[in-house]
Write a protein that binds this ligand. Structure first.
Ligand SMILES: Nc1ncnc2c1ncn2[C@@H]1O[C@H](COP(=O)(O)OP(=O)(O)O)[C@@H](O)[C@H]1O
Ligand SMILES: [Mg+2]
Length: 216
């Protein structure tokens, strides 16, 4: 079982969108993912409730009030068959909770919007993670709601390259994501004629997930 924490202190950066679409992509690829929702708003679990029964199944845990220190191993025991724990986090997670959460995380995935404001905030979000002594080589970035390549995006790419942090893929800005979130589906589950352009990103992220060593 591998644990990926989707993290960005900024609300609206796409944590829930990335967590749910990655879960759908893993499930569609024959894996068994479990969404651990730490956000009191429960958006990932709300998405899961809407998921039609005929689609590959995904488990969900409400972790909003977890004491992460105590329940860490319990999370893993409750779903012994799960291949992936995908942790959807709230905006502005406290430092203590972040430390507890990252202790056994195989990877941290940070969605970043291409706006100058969000890109300017990215270094401090990454610094906060590094300050917990989390290994830099386990951090990865996804550009979310990307329409065109802006100057700010180029600057972000340079900054990430200087830190050796991979920018895994770009997720486009598309109303299909809004529709998918209301249907309990991931874009990878949409018919190809609707979402062909976007399925690449989700296949790429699934391949990235599968390549994470179990013992990392
Ligand atoms: N790639 C995208 N294209 C279009 N809308 C998106 C995209 N990513 C996120 N959104 C929308 O933006 C809003 C915030 O995204 P969300 O995933 O909930 O962010 P977070 O969980 O970080 O607060 C939601 O309404 C979501 O549907
Ligand atoms: Mg969210």
């Amino acid at each position: 079982m591998k644990k990926v924490v989707i993290l960005n202190p900024k609300g609206g950066s796409g944590k829930t969108t990335i967590a749910t679409n990655l879960a759908a992509s893993l499930a569609a690829g024959g894996l068994r993912p479990c969404l651990l929702d730490l956000d009191p708003q429960g958006s990932s679990l709300a998405w899961l409730k809407k998921r039609p029964a005929e689609y590959a199944s995904i488990d969900g845990i409400n972790g909003a009030h977890f004491n992460l220190r105590v329940t860490r191993s319990w999370q893993f025991r409750q779903y012994p068959d799960a291949h992936a724990i995908l942790v959807d986090t709230p905006a502005g997670l406290s430092r203590d909770r972040m430390v507890d959460l990252l202790r056994d995380a195989h990877r941290v995935l940070i969605p970043i919007l291409p706006s100058a404001i969000d890109i300017d905030a990215a270094p401090s979000a990454i610094a906060d993670i590094l300050l917990t002594n989390y290994p830099r080589e386990r951090i990865a970035i996804v550009g979310n709601r990307v329409r065109t390549r802006t100057q700010a995006l180029g600057a972000l790419e340079k900054f990430l390259a200087s830190l050796n942090i991979p920018l895994l893929t770009f997720v486009k800005d598309s109303q299909l994501y809004v529709r998918a979130s209301a249907m309990g589906l991931g874009l990878i589950e949409f018919p190809p004629w609707m979402a062909r352009d976007e399925s690449d990103a989700w296949v790429r992220l699934r391949v990235w997930f599968e390549a994470i060593p179990d013992n990392a």
